[in-house]
Design a protein around this ligand. Structure first.
Ligand code: ADP
Ligand code: MG
Length: 440
């Protein structure tokens, strides 16, 4: 029924609107009624105000009689709304019952399910402070960094904590594309006042991936005013961006400057230990039994981002379930062969030593020698740190491989390099470049 309804609506609405608002809906038919599930409350709001009437009319036409439509937030498989809101009362024929939870946040994305590591601890701490003191700690809070590193997760975690601490607080989360669509829609329908009210009446506004505002001048203009209104009202603003906003082209200077008023925190790719810890924690949440050596195997090979890591875990769990097998290192190798080979080959210590020596144009024998001149000491420390980061060798093993050094020397090298990298941009560039060379 819903399929046919959609087909008909395709002829009536813009493809873009349809993609944004109607296609994300999941449907379930239920004894003459149609249950529609929206991914979040915002979508639900829009569908109810702009599309519901038309949906009902089309359904009635197709079905030949009035169809009861239920609209709620959740998914057709596991209706999430039933946890946050009471089940819908039976509807009067042909009229929708609307269940709207207080917010549209993903309840699974919390601080408890977020694994902390050096790469994200600042971001996590900032998000927690903001959540504990919305509008007053840092405003705006901007989390930036590459894809799949946990920005959206942290943003929801902050929103969830805000709501948990003060139930009834209005938190609105949306992806930047949704802000754009809402604005275009409001302009077209000539109800900008409603648009303004919708965004300015919240206690916290969370907008994800604002790099999509680039080049959209009207959107930026409108967002700028929204921003100012919220800022003056001491309402919290949390934003994410896939890079440092000053580096986003076609973002208005005055907006960039506003973004810097609060706190901007970089989320970095997690190191090996954190990747392994995240994997084990996700496995635990999903009730999947993943031995530590498998977690280490995946964490070592899949460095790009957490989303890929999670994808590998899901594939592994599904296959193990399908074949009725336990997840072992062999099973993982076999199942994920293609995936793992697209990620880097295992990096070895000799390989790291040779690469670093070539990179700094020093002799390998000098790199491994006891000579302490600075031109050798720094590359040597870098190579040790890379060995710690990219392989699973222990500190003593790495010390041994570097001309029989003590494990405390290796530890000292790792600490020195990591702390220097925060200050020394050239060193950081060398590091990134070496990682790229080594991991393909
Ligand atoms: P981003 O918004 O930065 O692209 P997401 O927040 O969507 O990334 O994260 C991608 C996936 O990785 C999500 O499922 C998220 O829960 C998970 N993830 C990322 N970092 C962590 C972490 N530190 N602890 C637990 N899960 C994480
Ligand atoms: Mg995201």
């Amino acid at each position: 029924l819903w399929r046919r309804c959609l087909e008909r609506l395709e002829g009536e609405f813009d493809a873009e609107d349809l993609n944004t608002w109607l296609l994300p809906l999941q449907a379930r038919e239920d004894e003459g009624a149609l249950r529609l599930f929206a991914p979040n409350a915002y979508t639900l709001d829009v569908v109810r105000s702009d599309y519901l009437e038309r949906i009902r009319a089309v359904l009635e036409h197709i079905h030949g009689a009035a169809v009861t439509v239920y609209l709620s937030v959740g998914s057709a498989g596991a209706p999430r709304a039933e946890k946050t809101a009471p089940t819908a009362a039976p509807a009067v024929n042909g009229h929708a019952v609307v269940e709207t939870p207080a917010h549209n946040l993903d309840p699974h994305y919390t601080f408890e399910t977020f694994v902390e590591g050096k790469s994200n601890q600042l971001g996590k701490a900032a998000a927690m402070q903001v959540a504990q003191n919305p509008g007053r700690a840092y405003n705006p809070l901007l989390l930036y960094g590459g894809t799949g590193l946990g920005k959206t997760h942290l943003m929801h975690a902050a929103g969830n904590l805000i709501c948990q601490q003060k139930p009834g607080t209005k938190v609105l989360y949306l992806r930047s594309e949704q802000f754009v669509s809402a604005m275009i829609e409001a302009l077209r329908a000539k109800n900008m006042d409603a648009f303004k009210r919708r965004f300015r009446s919240v206690d916290a506004l969370l907008i994800d991936d604002i790099q999509f505002f680039a080049g959209k001048d009207t959107t930026q203009e409108e967002f700028f005013h929204t921003f100012n209104a919220l800022f003056e009202g001491k309402q919290q603003i949390i934003l994410t961006c896939d890079r440092y906003p000053k580096e986003v082209d076609k973002l208005e200077p005055r907006l960039k400057s506003r973004l810097g008023w609060g706190l901007s925190v970089a989320i970095e790719p997690p190191d090996f230990e954190t990747r392994a810890a995240i994997l084990l924690s996700k496995a635990h949440d999903k009730g999947v039994d993943v031995p530590e050596d498998v977690a280490m195997l995946l964490a070592r090979r899949i460095r790009s981002n957490v989303r890929d890591l999670e994808g590998a875990l899901n594939t592994l769990a599904a296959r193990a379930n399908f074949f009725g097998r336990a997840i072992s290192a062999d099973f993982a190798q076999e199942t994920l062969r293609d995936l793992l080979s697209t990620h880097a080959q295992a990096v070895t210590v000799p390989n790291i030593q040779k690469t670093v020596a070539d990179y700094y144009q020093v002799r390998l024998s000098d790199l491994l020698s006891k000579r302490r001149v600075r031109s050798l000491a720094r590359p040597r420390q870098l190579a040790m740190t890379l060995a710690k980061e990219l392989t699973e060798h222990s500190l003593p093993e790495i010390g041994e491989a570097f001309g029989g050094r003590d494990h405390t020397t290796v530890l000292h090298a790792c600490r020195t390099i990591r702390s220097l990298m925060d200050k020394d941009i050239r060193l950081k560039q060398d590091w990134d470049q070496l990682i790229r060379i080594l991991t393909g």
